[in-house]
Unconditional design. Structure first.
Length: 208
């Protein structure tokens, strides 16, 4: 089930705007608490207190804190995609497109609590998903970008590489923010280079 116009996976679909706003408050509180004290130390009761709702209100929509943080990741993904797509500046190469997208991701890790909760609190986005779930909305979005706008061939190998890229970016960016609260620059630069080198193996040949 999903909240209208939102990708959250919840136990009960809210039927009123007030209920939808309550879910947003729960996610805001979860991001804030986890960013401050870490995922392991955070309890569902902590989240409820920070959101100024009863713990029953949290459980009405989420079975546990993992489900709450999964919704935070879903919201992060939506906000990231919206911000990347909202930039009207044209890019002429796939490398420039990936560089811009990664720069947006790093900036959001610096400035938004939802991203800091994942990148800086000892938690990787992939840890919130079932072991047999390999779907990744970011890698799918990058596949769409490369295939539609830069003529990359749509192959299983490309999609696997992009899943590797988003997984590596998640882990290494998290490391960068463990090394420095602003993001260890050399680690961020190395991450961008690794991603570009992986994608380059699928680059279509230039017209002769």
């Amino acid at each position: 089930m999903t909240v209208p116009d939102s990708p959250y996976r919840v136990r009960r679909t809210p039927t009123q705007y007030r209920a939808s706003r309550q879910i947003e408050r729960i996610l805001d509180a979860a991001a804030r608490v986890v960013a401050g004290k870490g995922y392991a130390a955070t309890t569902t009761a902590d989240i409820a207190k920070a959101a100024t709702v009863s713990i029953g209100s949290v459980y009405r929509y989420f079975p546990d804190k993992t489900a709450v943080m999964r919704a935070v990741v879903d919201r992060n993904t939506r906000r990231f995609r919206d911000r990347v797509l909202a930039d009207p500046t044209p890019v002429r190469t796939w490398r420039a497109a990936l560089d811009r997208a990664y720069a947006v991701y790093v900036d959001m890790c610096r400035t938004e609590e939802g991203f800091r909760a994942i990148s800086g609190a000892g938690l990787a986005a992939g840890e919130l998903e079932p072991a047999d779930d390999t779907r990744d909305p970011l890698s799918e979005a990058f596949a769409t970008l490369l295939i539609r706008h830069f003529a990359f061939p749509d192959t299983p190998a490309l999609r696997t590489t992009l899943l590797q890229c988003t997984t590596l970016a998640d882990v290494l960016t998290r490391l960068a923010f463990r090394l420095s609260h602003t993001g260890h620059q050399d680690t961020l630069d190395q991450t961008r280079t690794i991603i570009e080198n992986l994608v380059a193996t699928h680059e279509p040949p230039r017209p002769s």
